[in-house]
Design a protein around this ligand. Sequence first.
Ligand code: AVI
Length: 329
Amino acid sequence: MLPLQNFSASRATAADLVLDDDADADTIRAELQAGLLATPAFTAPKYLYDALGSKLFEAICLLPEYYPTRTEAAIFDANLAAIAQAVGLGATLIDLGAGNCAKAVRLFPALQPRQYVPIDISADFLAQALAPIRSRFPKIEMTGIGLDFSSSLDLPDTVSQEKRLFFYPGSSIGNFAPAQAEAFLRRIRAACGADGALLIGIDLIKEKAILDAAYDDALGVTAAFNLNLLHHLNRLLGANFEVRDWLHRAFYSPQQSRIEMHLEARRSLTVHWHGGQRYFAEGERIHTEDSYKYTAQSFIELLGAAGFGAIRKWTDERGWFAIMHAQAL
Ligand code: AVI
């Protein structure tokens, strides 16, 4: 990891944010090319989050159909005292996939963290979000990190080892397949140290129509979020995807307990990029994201398998979403 040198002072100073330098452009291109040449084609969900993708995801969180953000916030509001008691004051709050940091910042008054460590793959977006938060909470030490934490949780020495609380809200754990989710939870467990814990949001299985609408909203914001991936691929690969040639498809699969998100070719076409090309027949898809849904019990079992215990759980009255606090064993 290197100090990020190229943020202007108005956005963040060099010491304000550390940037993971490991994922070089060749590795990214090789990973993307392998996915695009596979049958069916796929891309990892992290590529949905360029600067515009992060903004579109913020807009998704405001949609009437996208219940997870609102439901999770309501659970926090209704149970803040009990959650603060489970967490304790003065934690090192490590915010995985922090985005605009809003979810963690809402908890600052109740949790009074000693250090705040937001981590996000979209480093530029994170740096912009963090600058005003630093001014608002000058007593909380802050270390922003631009990092693809899905492949590494190696944190810089500036992150305190004491009382680490990994905060992973929004059911982002659902974007991993269950086996990967368990492996990722194990990595968090290892990074917790002796007295660490996890505070996590989980989207629960519910009626298909509600899930379908949440990922295929009437305004088409989720469609824009999915299609924007093509602009990002064009930049990363030097590809010539035409957004108008593709359709957003998202649906809940009860067999797999997951939302599947795809981009579907409207006509037969060939996409070219530096060093490769791929023919897509009309109707052929690129699988861009899964979002797994759990029962509370199945997620408690997953946490147990990953080395967590003393689990506390809070849900809304419809049982649509859960927040869990789990201690590293
Ligand atoms: C970030 N993640 C938890 C979102 C989800 O619900 O799986 C991403 C998303 N994709 C489409 N809508 C929202």
